[in-house]
Ligand binder design. Structure first.
Ligand code: UDP
Length: 237
């Protein structure tokens, strides 16, 4: 039994690079695919995924190098599509069907996203991978993930990170930081916690979308979360 009927899983691009510092680490990709397969088999949760592109390109990085922001963001969105195709291939290898949707027309690389086709695929038990974030420059994949979570009527947005949840300060920089088990959208804003960008947090807040920030780098954590164990930090009203 799953804690949630349908979730949006956000994976960062950076997490795919593993120890190599750039691009896609095939071992990391197949570990994620295996973990998702086990969770689907055990809990039957419908899973939509939004994946970032920071392991390949970020629009902001291009600015200092003479790349116009909009072009840079388009490069970033294409990077998310490369990651999405990689994840889709890895899911296929472990026996899970998936559909890659793109927020920008690029058939036959992926299907042009629309809510109803994506929901139909989820109902058929396929993993839906939504690439290109929102499809617009000046946004992030966190915002893309919050948008898709709301649109696809998910029960929660699960933000996979490399730390155990939301802390009072960055735990990788401040060893005295302590973790929240729960926190409100407003507290994130008031305390200026940089767990997600404000647009994404506002989108979830305005639409009552719970967020769980959890450590995706700990094997078995996704299973724990979907089986109902408390892990990570829950963000609600
Ligand atoms: N991006 C964009 N619009 C979106 C989502 C992403 O322009 O709706 C671009 C943006 O340039 C961003 C890059 O894609 O820097 C990669 O996304 P993000 O930085 O969110 O990836 P992550 O940090 O999660 O790997």
């Amino acid at each position: 039994m799953s804690r949630y009927r349908r979730v949006l899983l956000k994976l960062s691009g950076e997490s795919l690079q593993g120890k190599q510092g750039y691009g896609i680490d095939p071992d990391k990709l197949s570990a994620y695919a295996q973990e998702i397969k086990e969770v689907v088999d055990a809990t039957g949760t419908e899973i939509a995924i939004v994946i970032g592109g920071g392991n390949i390109f970020r629009g902001l990085t291009g600015i200092g190098k003479g790349v116009d922001r909009v072009k840079g963001d388009q490069m970033g969105m294409l990077a998310t599509t490369i990651n999405s195709l990689g994840l889709s291939a890895a899911l296929e290898t472990v026996g899970l069907e998936s559909v890659v949707f793109t927020a920008i027309q690029m058939a036959p690389v992926g299907r042009f996203y629309n809510k109803w086709d994506a929901i139909a695929a989820l109902r058929e038990g396929k993993i839906v991978i939504c690439s290109c974030g929102t499809g617009n420059p000046y946004f992030t994949t966190d915002t893309g993930a919050s948008l898709r979570a709301v649109e696809l009527e998910c029960d929660a947005m699960l933000k996979g990170t490399r730390v155990d949840g939301i802390y009072t300060a960055d735990p990788e920089k401040d060893p005295s930081a302590t973790k929240y088990d729960t926190i409100t959208y407003d507290e994130i804003y008031e305390q200026n916690l940089r767990v997600m960008d404000l647009t994404a947090t506002a989108m979830c807040r305005e639409n009552g979308m719970p967020i769980v920030v959890f450590n995706m780098d700990k094997p078995g954590n996704l299973m724990r979360l979907l089986s109902g164990e408390t892990t990570g930090t829950l963000v609600t009203e």
